[in-house]
Design a protein around this ligand. Structure first.
Ligand code: GLN
Length: 466
């Protein structure tokens, strides 16, 4: 990615020439793929022209100079619609930009549009959007994964150079795996969440998609670090410096059967190849007793549902959202919520409310929080023995549209291997690794808290090795 920025800065390829190439790709593929909810082609053209002028006068600067950026539609971009792919926010326009977006734009990125997603980021397939499903660019009858479906597809199909997604339980890594790109979930509290619409605030993070590991390091260099508007973020890291200096020789990588239960055959086979490649680049493989993910992933739902139900209270047709009708306040709210939300969102609001009731709180939510603490301690122990952990990213291949939509438990199984990183807060990346026919396969690497820079640097050595 840094090579492309160099070309754009030197005038070898002018920002507007590059932008036109991207727009051509969008015109060709977007009508089928449905990766965007809003496009701002004219705004992008204007900005590219300004950048051209800077090149001509020898004043081009910025780490992301002239790169085209797509942003998930639950992250605020000033003056653009922010719908969360919900009818509830169909016409809501954001009055400010998220810190992450602001920083990328300040370094020269051009925002081309807002991407399609599962409604309020609830889903693993990109199918629950009010604006219709996104399709997988490698097989249009299959899902691209979710919930950051459009952001993954935009990068995979060349409709943007980089994109942003959010990851609460796997929503960056899962679609990255299904579409064959890098997708990175940073350590919780490394990137400001200011301007991100909550799904479950103790789990949510913003992170990038890129066709190469270099683009992940580059965008993280810019986004990571303290922000006065999100006091939780206190630390910063030097991604590019680590990226250029890292040596994988002797690095210890752990894996275990607990990460492989329920993993379907073609994916398992590719994972074995992945272990061989790790060995061939000098990593030391360590088989560990890891927590069984089949038993761990339901915990994610125990924690996420109540947080989600609570975050959704503001969409009532009064504070935010579609205006309902009725003769009293309750009818107005009920009508707005009845018309405004899709099935999966309603299911989660109802279940989350139920779990938050006083009579269930002790047995469910409180227990969930306790189990989560235990899991954290267990993972900390594992990282005393190894530098990284690895598993496949999703237990199965991209499935057909509609195949899992009516069966939430089957759909939720897609998150089995990704939720561990959210529940514990550790960083994790999807590395595209091999194909089954045309369909991409992805492998996951997880690292210690705030060793994100080393994790991304490690991923680079596995690039193109599938
Ligand atoms: N698929 C998970 C869910 O439905 C993850 C969502 C996410 O990471 N935003 O909750």
């Amino acid at each position: 990615m840094r090579e492309l920025v160099k070309e754009l800065k030197s005038g070898e390829l002018l920002p507007s020439e590059h932008l036109e190439e991207v727009i051509e790709k969008i015109e060709e593929r977007e009508p089928r793929l449905n990766a965007f909810i809003s496009l701002d082609v004219e705004g992008a053209r204007e900005r590219a022209k300004e950048l051209d002028k800077l090149v001509r006068s020898g004043r081009a600067s910025g780490l992301l100079f002239g790169l085209v950026l797509a942003v998930k539609d639950n992250i605020a971009v000033e003056g653009m619609r922010l719908t969360c792919a919900s009818r509830m926010l169909e016409n809501y326009v954001s009055p400010f930009s998220a810190t992450a977006v602001e920083r990328l734009v300040r370094e020269g990125a051009i925002v081309i549009g807002k991407t399609n997603m599962d409604e309020f980021a609830c889903g693993s397939s990109g199918e629950t959007s009010y604006f219709g499903p996104t399709r997988n660019p490698w097989d249009e009858e299959r899902v691209p994964g979710g919930s950051s479906s459009g952001s993954a597809v935009a990068v995979a199909a060349g409709m943007s150079d980089l994109s942003l997604g959010s990851d609460t339980g796997g929503s960056i890594r899962n679609p990255a795996s299904f579409t064959g790109v890098f997708g990175f979930k940073p350590t919780y509290n490394l990137v400001s969440r200011y301007g991100l619409v909550d799904l479950a605030m103790s789990l949510d993070v913003i992170g990038p998609f890129s066709p190469d590991a270099d683009g992940i390091a580059l965008s993280m260099e810019v986004m990571a670090g303290p922000d006065g508007r999100d006091a939780g973020v206190q630390r910063s890291l030097s991604f590019l410096e680590t990226f250029d200096a890292f040596d994988p020789e002797g690095v210890r990588v752990g894996w275990g059967e607990g990460f492989l239960e329920g993993v379907e055959e073609p994916v398992r086979r590719h994972f074995e190849r992945f272990l061989n490649v790790l060995d061939s680049i000098g990593a030391e493989l360590v088989e560990l007793r890891v927590p069984p993910m089949e038993k761990v992933w339901p915990l994610y739902y125990l924690i996420m549902y109540p947080e989600f139900a609570s975050a959704m209270q503001r969409y009532n047709g009064l504070t935010y959202g579609l205006r309902g009708e009725g003769s009293n306040l309750y009818e107005v709210i009920a009508d707005a919520r009845g018309k405004g939300f899709g099935r999966e969102v309603k299911r989660r609001i109802i279940l989350g409310t139920y779990l938050s009731m006083e009579r269930y709180e002790k047995s469910f939510h409180e227990r969930g929080v306790k189990l989560r603490r235990g899991l954290r301690a267990e993972v900390k122990k594992l990282f005393e023995e190894v530098d990284f952990l690895t598993s496949p990213t999703v237990p199965f291949l991209p499935f057909r549209l509609g195949e899992r939509l009516d069966d939430p438990v089957k759909m939720y199984a897609a998150d089995a291997l990704t939720v561990l990183a959210n529940l514990t807060g550790i960083p994790a990346i999807n590395v595209p690794f091999g194909r089954e026919g045309r369909l991409p396969v992805g492998m996951q690497l997880m690292g210690r808290w705030f060793e994100d820079d080393r994790l991304v640097a490690m991923a680079r050595f596995l690039e193109g090795r599938g």
